[in-house]
Design a protein around this ligand. Structure first.
Ligand code: GUN
Length: 290
């Protein structure tokens, strides 16, 4: 029997991120020639293994382009006050251009307060209210890394956005909401679905571009996708057998979509690439005296 052919183009996020890294390395060298070494402070609280892995990948990626990363690892017993004092010190440190506090934080920590304490001009995750507000009014200062990575993938593939129907599944502050705002800024017609949406398929079937960030394996099945749609899978789920999969039934949906991102190797590598981008941008602003 002839094997069925996949019809969708698989968007290689790893390759796009690698190409970005070459350009980023050159920008870091140019900054260093001006006496500025971009610095990223990475704050990790507690011992969540997924967070520890993400942080170690971010630190390695910094090294690969010449950004100096400064890790601050603290036990889950750190107090709110202690964490706020640390952030205050990082805000005042001229060698630190970006501050990243890995989420989630332990329940006794006031996450909103922590994020609001980060100086907006060092908020390379884009989670501070000032940066969120900027995004709402169509100004991007530090766009949140994951949706920024998705925008870069769409751009890399020359996928038009203006006037298209986009459905975002997942309404988190980190991905779904900023994703919708960035796509609205590009004149897409955007619908946001979430865990309480009834009959998800009636929305997803309309999407020219479907972005899924729900954290549910196989949430999106082929019959929920319009033929020729662009499908961006932001999910990262570890199955009991250890396999990492997204939120989309890749095998089925790739026979119907025109473009699809794989998991792993799609959006994930772009998230880190955009963190480096924001950090370099911050250092460039400093070097230019902004
Ligand atoms: N946890 C999950 N995603 C992210 C992210 O993009 N930034 C931070 N700081 N924490 C996260």
């Amino acid at each position: 029997m002839k094997a069925e052919q996949s019809t969708a183009k698989i968007i290689d996020g790893k390759a796009v991120a690698r190409a970005m890294r070459d350009k980023q390395r050159a920008r870091v060298e140019a900054l260093m020639a001006k006496g500025v070494t971009p610095g990223l402070a990475v704050v990790l609280v507690g011992d969540n293994p997924a967070s520890a892995l993400y942080v170690s990948n971010k630190v390695k990626a910094c090294e690969a382009v010449g950004i100096k990363s400064i890790s601050h690892r603290h036990p889950a017993t750190i107090t709110n006050e202690e964490l706020l004092v640390l952030i205050g010190k990082l805000n005042a440190d001229p060698n630190v251009h970006g501050i990243l506090v890995q989420l989630p934080l332990p329940p006794h920590i006031d996450m909103a307060k922590v994020l609001e304490t980060i100086a907006p001009e060092k908020d390379v995750d884009g989670f501070h209210l000032y940066n969120v507000g900027a995004l709402v009014v169509g100004r991007q200062i530090f766009p949140p890394c994951t949706p920024y990575g998705v925008m870069n993938l769409l751009e890399h593939e020359n996928i038009p956005i203006e006037g298209r129907n986009v459905v975002v599944v997942g309404a988190s502050n980190i991905v779904g909401k900023p994703m919708a705002l960035m796509l609205m800024a590009r004149d897409a017609t955007v619908a946001i679905c979430h865990a309480k949406t009834r009959d998800l398929a009636q929305f997803t079937i309309l999407a020219d571009i479907l972005v899924v960030a729900a954290g549910v394996p196989k949430l999106i099945l082929p019959q929920m996708v319009k033929t020729g749609a662009v499908v961006i899978d932001v999910g990262i789920n570890r199955l009991p057998n250890g396999k990492v999969v997204g939120d989309v039934d890749f095998e089925g949906v790739s026979k119907k979509a025109s473009y699809i991102t794989p998991v792993p190797g799609g959006v994930g590598p772009m998230t880190i690439a955009m963190l480096l981008e924001n950090t370099i941008q911050s250092a460039e602003r400093t070097a230019e005296g902004h």
